[in-house]
Design a protein around this ligand. Structure first.
Ligand code: NAP
Length: 316
């Protein structure tokens, strides 16, 4: 398996492989299933893994990395790019370094490559069941939280820092207080939610967009099947002898962004890497640009339809 193309990030020396493997599964996979899938992914050539405290996949990822080292699948942890995320219950100035250390302990690692603020809100108390009560959601103290994230870099706990689910408006707030600007904004992006405005904004500010749910998170609680059931994508896939998933992932890649896709199926995870030796034509790109647009993964569907959450969902 050839090495995957890498992306240079603003404040992070190591290039980030342009495709990462997602580890948020539905229904939630047990630890052994997750660990086995990650080891298979390493064998298939994945070197970038996306996890989060909230997914419960940090521990099996840590175990899979340890086993991959023992098996000689990788020679050093440094060959991997590991992204994890600050859960919103810890999105407070003084709780960020301890939360990052907790993730490192779960992962059995000395450092994370990319630490992201998972959501642009703070949840009061330790909330794990969704949706949450209205009173449990507060606006983020952007200055305090970003200081905490920067402290994680200064302490060597993470190489890079960034955000997730941030709009242009929220990113402006981070940029206004940042000493270390966010390197990444991980957001939903796929042919049915193309995010043109956010992409242009991030490009201008040197922030790498990583697409999550690039296949529309089909067959999950938070996504739908609009990408996988798209007639436009199906027609292109048939003509090219590719799968709909490959056409969707290739389209995301051609937008100049990185992506994290989840498959725990050995064949599909391999298939999802086979997007680099062909390209879409101008005509095909034009057809995909005409696909009706709608956000699939809304914060309201996860946190509940509270005013603050609906406001965030409405921001681009
Ligand atoms: P996704 O990658 O768009 O889709 C995953 C679904 O597609 C799974 O049901 C998977 O099933 C299926 N699938 C994968 N490859 C396929 C293929 N080639 N053909 C047909 N079906 C295929 O959705 P996602 O999991 O929401 O997004 C990817 C990752 O992004 C997550 O795992 C997570 O790490 C991250 N994420 C982040 C956020 C955030 O707030 N930052 C939100 C959502 C997701 P199988 O496993 O059975 O193949």
């Amino acid at each position: 398996m050839a090495k995957l193309p890498g992306v240079t990030l603003s404040s992070c020396e190591k290039p980030m492989p342009v495709i990462g493997m997602g580890t948020c599964s539905f229904p939630p996979a047990d630890l052994e299933t997750t660990k086995t899938a990650i080891i298979e992914a390493i064998k298939a050539g994945y070197r970038h893994f996306d996890t989060a405290f909230a997914y419960g996949s940090e521990k099996p990822l840590g175990e899979a990395i340890a086993e991959a080292l023992t098996l000689g699948l990788i020679m050093s942890r440094d060959e991997l790019f590991i992204t994890t995320k600050l859960w919103s219950s810890y999105a407070e100035r003084d709780q960020i370094v301890p939360a990052c250390k907790m993730s490192l302990q779960n992962l059995q690692l000395d450092y994370i490559d990319m630490y992201l603020i998972h959501l642009p809100v703070r949840l009061t108390g330790t909330v794990f069941s969704m949706p949450v009560e209205k009173d449990a959601i507060e606006p983020l103290d952007v200055k305090g939280v970003w200081e905490g994230m920067e402290e994680c870099v200064k302490l060597g706990l993470t190489k890079g820092i960034g955000v997730s689910n941030f709009s242009c408006k929220k990113l402006e707030k981070v940029l206004a207080v940042a000493t270390i600007p966010p390197a990444v904004n991980q957001v939903e992006l796929n042919p049915t939610w193309q995010q043109k405005e956010l992409r242009e904004f991030c490009k201008a500010k040197g922030i790498e967009i990583t697409a999550f749910s690039p296949l529309g998170a089909n067959n999950t609680k938070w996504g739908d099947n609009r990408v996988m059931d798209s007639d436009v994508l199906a027609e292109i896939a048939k003509f090219r002898g590719k799968t709909v998933a490959q056409v969707a992932l290739r389209w995301v890649y051609e937008q100049g962004v990185s992506l994290v896709a989840k498959s725990y199926n050995k064949e599909r995870m391999k298939q999802n890497l086979q997007i680099f030796d062909w390209s879409l034509s101008e005509e095909e790109l034009e057809k995909i640009s005409q696909i009706p647009q709608r956000k699939g993964v809304t914060l309201a569907s996860i946190l509940g339809p509270h005013d603050l959450v609906l406001e965030l969902d409405a921001e681009v």
